[in-house]
Design a protein around this ligand. Structure first.
Ligand SMILES: [Zn+2]
Ligand SMILES: [Zn+2]
Length: 324
C-alpha cells in the first residue's frame, strides 16, 4: 500500500462518517457546546427549549416541570407533582381524581381545590354522600335541632326503609358528614359526579335526595332564604328536571303558600297587580303608623302589629313564588 492511498483513505473516513467520523464529529460538536441532540423540544411548562435524545419522561432543566415526550412525538404536560399522603413520595398525576401512589400503592384523592386526601372508600359510597349532605343541610341555619333528628329518622325509616345495618350506617355517615370539612355544595357536586344520568336508578336517587331536602327544610320551622338558596343549588347541580322540582315543591311548599293567599284574601291564579292591590289595602289598615295615634287598647295594637307582619310576609312569599 502506498503512502498516498493511506492518507486518502483516512481523510475519506473522517469526512464521510463511519465509526471514526461519527465519534470525531460528536467530540467536535460537544467542545463547541453545539446542538447535538436528536430532538429539540420546548418544555410545556416554561416553553424554553430543551434537547433530548429519546422519548421518555423528563424534568425540565430550566423550571423542573415534568412532562412526557412520547413515541408519537406528543409532549404531554404532567401537571401535578404531588406528595403521597401515606409515604410522602413524589407522584406525578395529570388530573384530579383518585390515584394510586406509584411507591406505596395506597389510594389518595386529588381535589379540584388542589387538596390531597387519603382516599376513604366509605366516603365515596352513595349512603355517605347523601347523609353527609343532609347533615350539612341541617346545619345551614345554625346548630342541628331535635326537629332535624326527627325528620332524618323519618327519612331513614320511612323514605329509604333501611334495615338495621344500613340504618346504623346512615347515622354514622350523618355524624361524619356533620363534622367533615366539606360543604353542602361539595357533597352535591360529588353526588352528581357519582351518578350516571342514563340510569333510571341514579336519576331516582337524585330526585329522592332533593325530595328529602325539601322535607327537611319544611319540617323545621320556616323555609329560610339560605334553605331556598341551597335547595335551588342542589336542583341545579344535580340537573333535576323542572317538572320534578315543581312537583316536589308542590308537595312540600304549597300548603304554606295556600295560607299566604288566604291571608291576603286572594286565590291561586290571581295576577300580581291584583295581589298587590289587596296587599296595599291590608297594609293600609294595619300599618303601625296608622294604629299608634288612634289610642287603641294594647291588645288591638298588638293584634294589628302581628297582622301587619303576616300580611307583609305573605305578600313577599307569593311575590317570590311568582318570580316578581
Ligand atoms: Zn420548563
Ligand atoms: Zn405513597
Amino acid at each position: 500500500m502506498s503512502f498516498f492511498k493511506t492518507v486518502v483513505g483516512g481523510a475519506l473516513g473522517f469526512m464521510v462518517g463511519g465509526p471514526l467520523g461519527a465519534a470525531g464529529g460528536a467530540v467536535l460538536a460537544n467542545s463547541f457546546g453545539g446542538d447535538n441532540y436528536k430532538y429539540n423540544i420546548n418544555c410545556p411548562h416554561c416553553h424554553k427549549s430543551l434537547g433530548v435524545n429519546e422519548y421518555g419522561n423528563y424534568n425540565c432543566s430550566h423550571c423542573g416541570g415534568n412532562f412526557d415526550f412520547s413515541t408519537d412525538g406528543v409532549i404531554k404536560n404532567n401537571n401535578f407533582n404531588v406528595i403521597c399522603p401515606y409515604c410522602n413520595g413524589n407522584v406525578l398525576i395529570d388530573s384530579t381524581g383518585v390515584w394510586n401512589c406509584c411507591h406505596c400503592k395506597n389510594s389518595f384523592e386529588y381535589g379540584e381545590d388542589n387538596s390531597i386526601r387519603k382516599y376513604d372508600e366509605e366516603e365515596n359510597t352513595y349512603i355517605f354522600i347523601i347523609f353527609a349532605a343532609y347533615a350539612k343541610f341541617c346545619k345551614i341555619n345554625g346548630p342541628i335541632k331535635n326537629n332535624h333528628i326527627e325528620v332524618i329518622s323519618d327519612i331513614i325509616n320511612n323514605y329509604y326503609g333501611f334495615d338495621e345495618e344500613n340504618r346504623k350506617k346512615a347515622i354514622e355517615c350523618f355524624r361524619k358528614g356533620r363534622d367533615s370539612d366539606k360543604t353542602f355544595e361539595d357533597y352535591c357536586v360529588k353526588l352528581n359526579n357519582s351518578c350516571d344520568d342514563n340510569l333510571e336508578d341514579d336519576r331516582n336517587l337524585k330526585n329522592g335526595f332533593l325530595d328529602c331536602l325539601y322535607n327537611i327544610a319544611t319540617s323545621v320551622g320556616k323555609v329560610t332564604y339560605q334553605d331556598e338558596k341551597m335547595l335551588n343549588y342542589a336542583a341545579g347541580v344535580l340537573k333535576i328536571e323542572p317538572y320534578i322540582i315543581n312537583s316536589i315543591k308542590a308537595d312540600y311548599m304549597d300548603n304554606t303558600l295556600d295560607k299566604y293567599y288566604e291571608i291576603l284574601g286572594c286565590k291561586k291564579g290571581d295576577d300580581l297587580p291584583t295581589i298587590k292591590s289587596k296587599y296595599r289595602k291590608l297594609v293600609g289598615e294595619c300599618h303601625p303608623d296608622k294604629i299608634s295615634n288612634k289610642d287603641l287598647p294594647d291588645y288591638l295594637v298588638e293584634y294589628s302589629t302581628q297582622r301587619f307582619r303576616e300580611v307583609q310576609e305573605a305578600y313577599e312569599k307569593i311575590r317570590v313564588t311568582l318570580g316578581a
